[in-house]
Design a protein around this ligand. Structure first.
Ligand SMILES: Cc1cc2nc3c(=O)[nH]c(=O)nc-3n(C[C@H](O)[C@H](O)[C@H](O)COP(=O)(O)O)c2cc1C
Length: 355
């Protein structure tokens, strides 16, 4: 019989595939507001552009990770295998969805198993950071990652989602210490991510104290988890609270910039990133790589070929953005002059720096 986590995962997937769950705050996506200096004289051929890089010790043909999404049901298992096969074909990385369901029912581990179709990609295991407050220890995390052949594990922070979920877990007190202890006990690269509400500067300062392999900034401007939970909520007041929080959080650009500013962990830009030109903008700001979630799960619900098509279009747009800024490689792209709307810079916040 299907347990409560699998039932919830199935609802989340259905709503993400069919619902109005994105919250761009303006007529432009969150990364589109960055302007890169155009070069009329790029002094290179488009075919010379090389967007390849390394992530977690593996090669990426271009710096994209398929964002953490799903697992825990048969349908999710099939989607994971299509995403992974497409990632292998195109040379990008993949982050699995939360493996909590597999912790509670080890049979569900099979719905996260993709290494056989994606032997070469950077593959990242996933668990809610709040699970570390629930007694989940380093040994269990190590097993979850080993079961799927992951190169790293990422702990997601989703306070806003848990806060509007009827069955949500809001015991976020002492989480940084729990995270620090787990990371120390694990002999595995560890990352942290948000799920679409971003990190503030105080968060980034805190994360800078941890020995992280990467931070995924996952700011506001793409998939909204309060919006998804709002569609699931039964009571009118719960629905109202979720709707009021649908646009809550730190803008994706601000989240990226504060994560880049503190500590030296590589930063993966995400949260409403919708294609290769957005990736060019995020990489020019200093991101080590990018992640995109919702458009790829929608493609994977159709076929592996549909995901490959999305990824090929992403690569072409990134290469075009690099060509038009005269960037032969990612190091050159990071030197491209750019401008960010001043209200999105971390300086726009009154930050007392004592939190
Ligand atoms: C269907 C779906 C399921 C998701 N499940 C997870 C999850 O299990 N763990 C996690 O860390 N993030 C999860 N996310 C959040 C994404 O990884 C990402 O941070 C967020 O969707 C913002 O990116 P986007 O705007 O490109 O979708 C999920 C997103 C979607 C669309």
């Amino acid at each position: 019989m299907e347990g409560p986590i699998s039932i919830r995962k199935r609802e989340h997937l259905r709503l993400a595939l069919e619902g109005d769950v994105e919250r761009p705050l303006a007529d432009k996506g969150p990364f589109e507001v960055v302007e890169l200096a155009h070069r009329a004289l790029p002094e290179l051929d488009r075919d010379e552009v090389d967007p390849s890089t390394e992530f977690l010790g593996r090669r990426l043909a271009f710096p994209l990770l398929i964002g953490s999404m799903t697992g825990g049901t048969a349908e999710a298992g099939a989607i994971n295998r299509r995403l992974a096969a497409a990632a292998q074909h195109c040379g990008v990385g993949m982050c699995l969805g939360s493996q909590r369901a597999a912790l509670e029912d080890p049979k569900l581990s099979a719905t996260f198993a993709v290494r056989d179709v994606a032997p070469d990609i950077p593959l990242v295991a996933n668990l809610g950071a709040v699970q570390l407050r629930e007694g989940v220890g380093a040994d269990q995390v190590r097993e979850l990652a080993a079961a799927v052949g992951a190169d790293a594990v990422v702990f997601h922070h989703n306070a806003a989602q848990e806060a509007v979920q009827a069955e949500g877990d809001t015991r976020f007190g002492g989480l940084t210490a729990a995270l620090a202890g787990t990371i120390e006990a694990l002999d595995l690269p560890c990352g942290v991510k948000e799920v679409g509400c971003g990190f503030s500067e105080a968060d980034a300062r805190r994360l800078a104290e941890l020995p992280l392999a990467f931070i995924e900034s996952a700011g506001r401007g793409g998939t909204s988890w309060p919006a998804i939970e709002g569609l699931r909520a039964r009571g009118v007041h719960d629905r109202e609270l979720a709707a009021a929080l649908a646009e809550w959080g730190t803008h994706s650009l601000t989240s990226l910039l504060v994560c880049l500013r503190h500590g030296d962990a590589p930063v993966v830009a995400s949260g409403g990133l919708r294609g290769g030109l957005d990736a060019a903008r995020a990489l020019a700001l200093g991101a080590a790589a990018t992640a995109m979630a919702l458009p790829l799960v929608r493609a994977a619900a159709r076929s592996t070929a549909a995901v490959i098509e999305e990824l090929a279009a992403f690569r072409k747009a990134l290469v075009t953005g690099m060509f038009l800024t005269g960037s032969r490689d990612l190091a050159a792209l990071r030197r491209v002059p750019h401008r960010v709307p001043p209200e999105l810079l971390p300086e726009a916040w009154q930050d007392t720096a004592d939190s």
